[in-house]
Every structure is written in C-alpha cells, then in structure tokens.
Design a protein around this ligand. Structure first.
Ligand code: NAP
Length: 245
C-alpha cells in the first residue's frame, strides 16, 4: 500500500525531463499515470516503462482546446476519473523583445499557459463533482523574476502562477487543491541547448552549488499531491537550490 494507490494522474509533457520524472515518482507512489505528449507513440513508450501497472499514453497537443477536453474523457474511459493533474508540458522560444516574432510569443503562451487552462477546465468539472482532486502546475522562477530573452516564457509562467491561485480559491470549497512548483535551473533537454558560459554563470547563482535534477522537482510534486500536502493550496513552491529567496 502506497500513498497514491490506484489514483489516476494525468501528467502532460510526461515523456521527457521533469514530466517524465514526475510520472515515475507518482507511479512509484502507486498512481496510474496518463502520460501525455505530442505523439501517442512517444507517450505509450514511456507509459510502458513506468513502475507498476495500469498506465497509458495519450498524444495530445495541449495548445488545442478541443483536444484537451477529449483527453480528459479518454483518460476517464481508459483508466478511470483523474484525481491528480500535473500540467507540465512547456516550450521555450527565446528572443529579445524587438526581435520576438508573433509566433514565438503566441506559441509559448498557447502551450505553457492556455494548455494548462484547457486541461484544468476539462478536469475540474469531474473533480468538483467528486469533491476531490489535486492539481500541480509546473511554472518557473522566471515567472517570479522575469528573464532577459524570455518575455514570452516569463509572462506565461507568471500567468500560470496567478491562474493557479485563482483556481485554488475557486475550488478549495469543493475539496480540490491547486499549487504550482517553480523550478530553477534543471538539467533537461530544454536547458541542454544553453551555451556552456550561460550554464556556468547560472551555477554561480545557485547557493546549493549544483544544477537541479528532474527528480528534485518530482519529489516536491509527489509531496503536493499526496496526503502530506493535504493542507497546502494556492502556493508557488520554488525548487531552485536557493537562486531566488
Ligand atoms: P523538455 O525536456 O523539453 O520536455 C518537454 C515535454 O513537454 C515533452 O514531454 C514534450 O513532449 C512535452 N510537450 C511540449 N509541447 C507540448 C504540447 N504542445 N503538447 C503536449 N506536450 C508537449 O522540458 P523540461 O525541461 O522537462 O520542462 C518541463 C516543464 O518544466 C516546462 O513547463 C518548463 O517550462 C518547466 N521548467 C523547466 C526548467 C528547466 O530548467 N528545465 C526550469 C523551470 C521550469 P514530446 O516528447 O512529445 O515533445
């Protein structure tokens, strides 16, 4: 018997990096994971490798509102009603303000902010009816501090923080909790693209003296969706080795 036994958890962006670590961590806690990514094949491949049984993969572009509504129904049909939702899917399209193209701005807002809204809206109805649910949105410290070259990404993450707090207030009375985690610099495909000097400069700013791992974030998500997090809602929990204090 583990603390998330048989609870159905949707994890968007669950094929790689932080999302994959979250899927593994929640599966280790006994949850049945709906792994969501851009392709059904990629998602199914990861679902098969997770510990435990009863997982499934779903290919859904979270920036597509109708597809997100369909996702929640498909998960319910395949695995059962979702008790946990982790909105983790995210992209970067960095550029400085005067050069930022409309599609770079809009693409990041659509995936990182609207995507979380679409899936939450679809999942919240059932959670409210069942008077039970846990939502975690994967934000970023950049949503708190801003960042040069990431006005689109920072705006999306700041919006996600405010969205999380609003949803937490709306749903608390129905037994549903909503929190965000704000990672700092975590070693994933997303940060692998950064030049060596930028990584070194980043490391200098981390009091704990190392870059974060996806597992560092996943363990905090497990706490938030589990019984130990029962009295926590509407929070943005920073997981960054002390970069932002
Ligand atoms: P990553 O390694 O680039 O993985 C991104 C994941 O999101 C993949 O599973 C990808 O699926 C999925 N995805 C991307 N666009 C999607 C879409 N439109 N619909 C559905 N799935 C989509 O990213 P990461 O570094 O783990 O980041 C995960 C989250 O943490 C993001 O929200 C990011 O903003 C946040 N974050 C990361 C860091 C960091 O340092 N890495 C720091 C702060 C916050 P495919 O495999 O199908 O492409």
């Amino acid at each position: 018997m583990t603390e998330l036994d048989d609870q159905v958890a949707i994890v968007t962006g669950g094929t790689r990096g932080i999302g994959r670590a979250i899927a593994e961590e929640l599966a280790d806690g006994g949850a049945k994971i709906a792994v969501v990514a851009t392709t059904a094949e990629g998602a199914a491949r990861v679902a098969e490798l997770l510990p435990g049984a009863g997982h499934a993969g779903f290919g859904v572009d979270v920036s597509d509102a109708a597809a997100c509504t369909g996702l929640v129904s498909a998960v319910e049909e395949a695995l059962g009603p979702p008790e946990i939702l982790v909105n983790n899917a995210g992209i970067t399209r960095d550029n400085i303000l005067p050069r930022m193209k409309d599609e770079e701005w809009q693409g990041v807002l659509d995936t990182n902010l609207s995507g979380a809204f679409y899936v939450m809206r679809a999942a919240a109805r059932g959670m409210m009816k069942r008077r039970s649910g846990k939502i975690v949105n994967v934000s970023s410290i950049v949503g708190l501090t801003g960042n040069r070259g990431q006005s689109n990404y920072a705006a999306a993450k700041a919006g996600l923080n405010a969205l999380t707090k609003s949803v937490a207030q709306e749903l608390a009375g129905r037994g549903v909790r909503a929190n965000a985690v704000a990672p700092g610099f975590i070693e994933t495909d997303m940060t692998d693209q950064l030049p060596e000097d930028v990584r070194d400069a980043m490391l200098d700013r981390i009091p704990l003296g190392r870059l974060g791992s996806p597992a560092d974030v996943a363990k905090v998500v497990r706490f938030l969706v589990g019984p130990a997090g029962a009295y926590v809602t509407g929070q943005v929990i920073v997981v960054d080795g002390g970069m932002v204090m």
